[in-house]
Design a protein around this ligand. Structure first.
Ligand code: SF4
Length: 463
């Protein structure tokens, strides 16, 4: 698909409102402390009874970073004291044992991800121990039968680490780059040479990682169309299998490290839009498929194939090919998903440690999904992953009449159809190319919780 089909400045200007990224529905805003550890245990037991044949996806949040990137909105702990990692792992091992006992250790782990923070803050012995303890409690798949991925920071990845990670069973790797321009890197306190990035990518490929993913950010200080173009030259030369191009949202009142960024150095809105347009143009010209929500993939990548086959899924780790998994999340602030619930761990280290030291699961909040939540989640997931939803099949799946059930939503979609963002046919809603960059707006139509206008202000803009 051409960039010009996807990119319509007029429609972006008209429709670029704040909205959720829909890594869950209901979104985390609806999580409450009433959904506590006891509720989680009850849900996990029921889930095991009813859906115990489903494979598992495991997420581990490893929060430490040696230095802070000023744009960062992640939940992390900045430290140079490696002792913290040992203390953290001690608690994480307890949590692994408790979670495995709840979910049934015999279920195959189809997907595993280490996110951060910086997983490579941990030394090789600690990373090996984490994988060993995980394998003692859960059924890890050998021979690359699972998708086992992690985020790697080339600045804290000494030679030999990638080889070791491959031996541990990882087969997908994701690297933050953001921008190769030196002045941009300095302004955001993330100085990472192209050589460091290439060394990790080359080693990953040489050792048999089947997928390399890079993250870029547009809207950072000093960026311009020309400077970002130069970064894209170098990125396209690396040719990662997957690529994310995120919009930097400057929200220093919410993320205090962003106060270090001088707002006067940020590109103007028109420049940002031009950077986005050029990025889409260059990536699609280079053969990348726009998956949705800032993500691109090569056409033979599993994400692109899953989108073509209508099996793509979306969860807290972004797009995924594992729709049939229960997501068990471990580590502070991590978010898990069972068939009928979401749950989130405590966000700060001290209470997270205290809960586990007292033998309690560190669940802070969550939400139990109603039937209506699950119906809407299905509609939103199909739109955000496949850009279409078939009404008859949907009606049969949920035993409802789609057109009756979503009569108001269809009425709210009508103006978007008039503007060419969506097509509403007799049996199908299709998101047309100009609507794909604005997909969250289409999904918002089906979000019951956004009917209160105050709810809309909690989210960032799409572009
Ligand atoms: S962007 Fe990554 S490496 Fe940088 S501070 Fe945030 S979590 Fe740490």
């Amino acid at each position: 698909m051409s960039a010009s089909a996807l990119f319509s400045p007029e429609l972006i200007q008209k429709y670029d409102v704040s909205g959720p990224r829909y890594t869950s529905y209901p979104t985390a805003v609806q999580f409450t402390p009433e959904f506590d550890a006891a509720a989680y245990v009850r849900h996990a037991r029921e889930n095991l009874e009813r859906h115990g044949d489903r494979p598992l996806s495991l997420y581990f949040h490893l929060p430490f970073c040696a230095s802070v990137c000023y744009y960062c909105a992640c939940n992390k702990i900045i430290t140079n004291n490696r002792r913290h990692a040992a203390d953290y792992l001690e608690r994480l091992f307890r949590e692994i044992g408790m979670q495995a006992a709840l979910h049934g250790g015999a279920r195959p782990v189809a997907q595993l991800h280490w996110g951060g923070g910086t997983p490579t803050f941990f030394d090789e012995a600690q990373m090996s121990a984490l994988m060993r303890v995980t394998g003692e409690h859960f059924t890890l798949l050998g021979g690359d039968a699972g998708d086992y991925s992690l985020e790697v920071d080339p600045r804290t990845t000494p030679p030999g680490t990638i080889e070791r990670l491959r031996e541990l069973g990882f087969n997908r790797i994701s690297l933050g780059v953001q921008d190769f321009a030196a002045d941009v890197q300095l302004a955001v306190n993330r100085v990472q040479s192209e050589e460091e990035t290439r060394r990790v990518v080359d080693t990953a490929r040489a050792t048999g990682f089947r997928s390399v993913s890079l993250d870029l950010i547009y809207g950072l200080p000093h960026q311009s169309l020309a400077s970002f173009d130069a970064t894209l030259d170098r990125v396209l030369d690396i040719r990662p299998d997957r690529l994310s191009v995120f919009n930097y949202a400057h929200l220093p009142h919410l993320f205090k490290t962003q106060k270090q960024i001088d707002a006067a150095q940020l590109p103007a809105a028109a420049e940002k839009l031009a950077i986005l347009e050029r990025s889409i143009e260059r990536l699609t010209d280079a053969g990348y498929v726009y998956i949705g929500m800032d993500h691109f993939a090569l056409p033979d990548d599993e994400l692109s194939r899953a989108q073509r086959d209508d099996t793509l899924y979306r969860n807290f780790q972004g797009y995924s090919t594992h729709s049939n998994c229960d997501l068990v999340a471990m580590g502070m602030s991590s978010i898990g998903m069972l068939t009928h619930s979401y749950s989130q761990n405590l966000k700060e280290a001290a209470p997270y440690y205290a809960a586990l030291d007292a033998g309690r699961l560190p669940i802070a909040r969550g939400v139990e999904l109603s039937e209506d939540d699950r119906i809407r989640r299905d509609a939103i997931t199909r739109l955000i992953c496949h850009f279409h939803v078939g009404m008859d099949a949907f009606s049969k799946r949920w035993n409802v009449d789609f057109k009756d059930y979503f009569a108001q939503e269809l009425a709210r979609l009508a103006p978007l159809a008039d503007d060419g963002l969506v097509d509403i046919a007799d049996d199908e809603i299709t998101v047309l190319p100009p609507g794909r960059l604005l997909i969250r707006l289409v999904c918002m139509t089906f979000d019951k919780y956004l009917e209160a206008p105050a709810e809309r202000t909690r989210f960032s803009r799409a572009i």
